[in-house]
Design a protein around this ligand. Sequence first.
Ligand code: SF4
Length: 218
Amino acid sequence: MSLRERARRERILEKACAVAAACRKCQIGYDRRNNVYGEGDPCARLMLIGEGPGETEDLLGRPFVGRAGDLLEKMIGAIGLAREDVYIANTVKCRPTLHEGGKLRNRAPTPAEMANCRPYLDEQIDVISPQIILALGAPAAKSFLGNAFAITKGRGSWYEGPNGIALMVTFHPAYVLRQGGTALTETKRLVWSDLKKVRARLDDLAEGKSSPQPALFE
Ligand code: SF4
């Protein structure tokens, strides 16, 4: 990728980020502290897409930070990638919340919020044009594959994503963190199996370029 092309993409994403930061299409646009547009390599071959920002992301204005972010970094590290090698975004750029027991809690984005925010995500996908999209969790997967998509059955397979980009679905790191005991071991095993497929496809697409040996994340 030429430096000029990288700079061109950075400029477009920067402008789009500023537009999203001023967006108030949904109520959560008024409720959130920071707009969490996305971050990473504008020329990334792999794009990771989760459902929406949580409390820490909202506070810092960055996607996948805190415990789920740490695990995500371990997950991609297991296939030889660092955070700065990929692009990370969400289906909605503002934190979806609800008031419960006097506290503000995270919730899944509504279909209307995802539809409102979709142009921002589509633009990111168009500009970055990754070779692979990895959707993290059911809401992100459903935004590409429809509401009938069931993650327990459908994860780990290849689908045709937006712009014909190869799409894989795996569990969200926050879901992995909620597991315990044998469920945790089994969930990690499934995520690991999905990640290995992503690594293999990236290698195939790189036409025989050597890559680091995958190693299971802890
Ligand atoms: S979630 Fe997306 S569409 Fe809704 S207010 Fe935030 S940036 Fe705008």
